[in-house]
Write a protein that binds this ligand. Structure first.
Ligand SMILES: *Cc1c(COP(=O)(O)O)cnc(C)c1O
Length: 426
């Protein structure tokens, strides 16, 4: 038997290269050995409340027993099969369950592997949609501070490009508009009218209502609706990136449910598979799908991933949707929204706090102290929370929580308390 006295933190440094990490500045990773419900356990046995549901994925709790039992059964039945030429029950059942809760105009599902690829697929779908109809359009439209992933198409439409320097010369052509914040809407609509006159905009990619990576920046639903309605009038395809907002986080199944103008295409991942396995989905309307039907084979959508619609991932997603629709989870969501409301009322008067905002189970505030994004102060905040047994990832001067739906009142109170004591540090 291979035995070692070295910690995971030490052994990690031999061969592993972590995402979004400058290893020279941050060589040490914390070894996590176990997770259950809203809790993570490190190798020394210390527990942490997972206040961001492991990047918005484990909404029904880590190692959820219902999901585990469903996927365990599926594992004995059918593990993997090529999804080109074959189909299977988990994919079919997932499609039926999802179409049931998606905005009414959604009809078709296309599988990929993660959030970035779901956006990549959406962008390619939109470009080919126009191409197939005989009017090639080469410009994409996106919000200034949007984030849509790390593959080339997704990176191109992302506006948060602080670290994209080496790649910018290779990006797709993207025009940007600010998010609607009340007064600026007239100016945005005017700008759009000018832009759309050129008739070369293929699609608008947007995170509806909340921009996660922009530090839970929230914008105005009515303003967004005005933008979407105008774009729709000009035949621009609307691509809602609900990778973060999907599956109940904003208080409705999807953020798009709160906006009158519905997207043509929706990108899903993260909570789609409840933190168990990766999967991405791009859904679209019948009209988008129909633009690919032709006697000419080249008009089909020639995009595919090896693990498309993996039966285990589909089973997880289906079980997740069942849980999301359950009375228990819906009640939990309502409770978390209520607790956030009470905490928001308390903390918004604090002199060191501004921009207290919330939507569904998402809660965020900004500290009035000036902090460099990812600077030392951000690390100070992060370490404070971890010492308190709370896993949060502050962004610059923003502290936000997006707890799993199964978090208990007591656990939530502990998170709020750690935020109070964090504010007191400054
Ligand atoms: C996380 C995220 C992505 C990228 O998803 P990955 O699975 O990390 O590739 C895209 N869009 C939004 C809105 C996200 O939050």
């Amino acid at each position: 038997m291979h035995t070692t006295t070295k910690s995971l933190t030490e052994r990690d440094q031999n061969h592993l290269w972590h995402p979004l990490t400058q290893h020279k500045l941050h060589p040490e990773m914390l070894g996590i050995v176990k997770a259950k419900g809203a809790l993570l356990y490190d190798e020394s046995g210390k527990e942490y409340i997972d206040g961001i549901a492991s990047w918005y994925t484990t909404m029904y709790g880590h190692c959820n027993e219902y999901i585990l039992s469903m996927v365990g059964r599926q594992m004995q039945q059918l593990d993997q099969v090529v999804f080109s030429g074959f189909t299977h029950l988990p994919a079919i059942e997932l499609s039926e369950a999802l179409i049931n809760i998606l905005p009414d105009n959604q009809q078709k599902l296309f599988f990929s592997d993660n959030g970035s690829t779901s956006v990549e697929v959406a962008v390619k779908m939109a470009l080919q949609y126009h191409f197939n109809k005989g009017h090639k359009k080469n410009v994409l439209l996106a919000f200034e501070e949007g984030f849509h992933g790390d593959t080339f198409g997704a990176m191109s439409v992302s506006g948060l490009s602080v670290y994209n320097g080496p790649f910018e010369d290779f990006f797709l052509e993207v025009k940007r508009i600010p998010v609607p914040e009340g007064k600026n809407i007239e100016k945005i609509l005017q700008e759009l009218e000018n832009l759309l006159g050129e008739d070369n905009t293929a699609a608008f990619v947007y995170e509806p209502l909340v921009q996660g990576a922009a530090a839970m920046k929230m914008h105005d639903a009515h303003g967004l609706d005005q933008i979407l309605a105008l774009l729709k009038k000009y035949g621009v395809l609307l691509i809602a990136d609900e990778v973060m907002t999907g599956f109940g986080k904003t208080g409705t199944y999807f953020a798009s449910d709160q906006i009158e103008t519905k997207p043509d295409i929706i990108c899903l991942s993260k909570a789609l598979t409840a933190g168990l396995v990766p999967m991405g989905l791009t859904t679209c309307t019948q009209e988008v799908y129909d633009a690919f039907l032709d006697d000419d084979i080249a008009k089909g959508f020639f995009h595919g991933h090896t693990y498309s619609a993996n039966p285990l991932a589909c089973t997880v997603a289906l079980a997740g949707i069942e849980l999301l629709r359950s009375e228990k989870i819906q009640r939990n969501i309502t409770n978390i929204m209520k607790w956030h409301g009470v905490f928001a009322e308390e903390i918004k008067e604090h002199p060191k706090v501004k921009n207290v905002r919330r939507l569904g189970v998402i809660f965020a505030l900004d500290l009035t102290v000036d902090m460099q994004r990812y600077g030392n102060l951000r690390d100070k905040l992060f370490n404070h929370f971890m010492n308190e047994g709370v896993f949060l990832r502050p962004l610059g001067n923003t502290i936000y929580v997006l707890p799993p739906y199964v978090i208990t009142r007591e656990q939530m109170e502990k998170v709020y308390a750690s935020i109070r004591s964090a504010i007191a540090l400054f």
